[in-house]
Write a protein that binds this ligand. Structure first.
Ligand code: ADP
Ligand code: MN
Ligand code: MN
Ligand code: MN
Length: 346
């Protein structure tokens, strides 16, 4: 038997953005535990905005498991928060009620800032660094500093070793701003991996004395880009059948549901989706081929391929909950009839 360090990780009850929480229990297993072998566990919900002090127990239900490459015999356990009965999802548990479909693929582009001493990493104590321009995909000390690349590389390796489908990295438009991409088949799979990748990044940067700032417009109304979490998506139907007529019906439905999408695309998005800095205004739906100033960008390949492939919803922001974003996209898709079929299922 081997003693494994099980890190149970969950989302707390803070609004509008939950925090990641985690605690460890050590348990013996003959080999690396499967999800089914991992027991329910509890925590004090009164300390996480998930219960009143008098009856404070909440239950952690393991829903995904990954090796923890930073620890000897470590296990990362993604959990849903349940009521004390262990079967009723807690009100803060978005994952329990979302739509899912393995045939729908999601690629999230998580942007964020490194922060130190209350400002983006690399910003001087007073004022601003040289204006935006050379930082995006930049190289060299004056563009990316001396530690950011070490962190993003270490994060990439941690994610890959944990079996997370990390697909790439780039330095972003603002100084101190970076992006990583996660791809997954199904909303739960992709969203679990985003949360786990966020967890690994936050835990990794502790030792550097650096925080991750996920706010979508941390520098306010200035000439510094905000952070998004573009949601690239494709259903099986979009990849295999598609067509102009279906595409236009889908876009009309996205337009119709504008406010329902914005409601779950992350807080303060009106400060980011201004129409400037490669964004579309939050209150007006648009789409365009290769247009980074549209709500939905249609890749060139999509048109060339007879309106087949994936689309990029550029509106979700860096603080958004990937469970709710993916579910909302699936809901709108489910409302559009498939050509030549009465069924609305995608
Ligand atoms: P850009 O920065 O140009 O918008 P990225 O390369 O950062 O693009 O991100 C593209 C994203 O699209 C990746 O997360 C990738 O996984 C995702 N993607 C590619 N093909 C598909 C597909 N068929 N369905 C869903 N997502 C996809
Ligand atoms: Mn990108
Ligand atoms: Mn980007
Ligand atoms: Mn993008």
């Amino acid at each position: 038997m081997t003693k494994y360090k099980l890190e149970y990780i969950w989302l707390d009850g803070y609004t509008p953005v939950p925090n990641l929480r985690g605690k460890t229990q050590v348990k013996e297993f003959a080999e690396f535990p499967t999800l089914e072998q991992l027991p329910l566990w509890g925590f004090d919900g009164s300390s996480t905005m998930q219960a009143e002090g008098r009856s404070s127990d909440c239950v952690l239900k393991p829903v995904a498991v990954y090796p923890d490459p930073a620890r000897t015999n470590g296990v990362l356990v993604m959990c849903e928060v349940m009521m004390p009965d262990g079967v009723t999802p807690h009100a803060s548990n978005a994952r329990a009620t979302i739509l899912d479909d393995e045939g729908t693929w999601f690629g999230f582009e998580q942007e964020y800032f490194f922060y130190q001493n209350g400002r983006p990493l690399g910003f001087p104590e007073q004022g601003y660094p040289a204006p935006q321009g050379p930082y995006y995909t930049g190289v060299g000390y004056s563009n990316v500093g001396d530690v950011a690349r070490e962190i993003v590389e270490e994060h990439l390796d941690l994610c890959l070793a944990a079996g997370i489908n990390h697909e790439g990295i780039n330095a972003e438009v603002a100084k101190g701003q970076w992006e990583f991409q996660i791809f997954g088949k199904g909303s739960k799979r992709a969203a679990d991996e985003i949360w786990m990748a966020r967890y690994l990044l936050q835990r990794l940067t502790e030792k550097y004395g650096i925080d991750i700032e996920y706010h979508c417009k941390p520098l306010g109304d200035t000439d510094w880009n905000g952070s998004g979490m573009h949601c690239n998506f494709s259903t099986k139907y979009m990849r295999e059948v598609g067509g102009k007529e279906y595409f236009e019906a889908l876009m009309a439905q996205f337009d119709k549901n504008l406010l329902d999408h914005i409601a779950v695309y992350g807080p303060d998005n009106d400060k980011r989706l201004t129409g400037k800095h490669e964004t579309a205004p939050w209150n007006k739906f648009s789409y365009g081929v290769a247009d980074r100033g549209a709500s939905i960008r249609v890749p060139h390949s999509f048109i060339k391929n007879d309106y087949k492939g994936y689309l990029e919803d550029r509106r979700p922001n860096s603080q958004g909950c990937p469970y709710q974003i993916a579910s909302r996209v699936l809901k709108t898709i489910s409302e559009v009839p498939l050509s030549g079929s009465a069924s609305a299922a995608a």
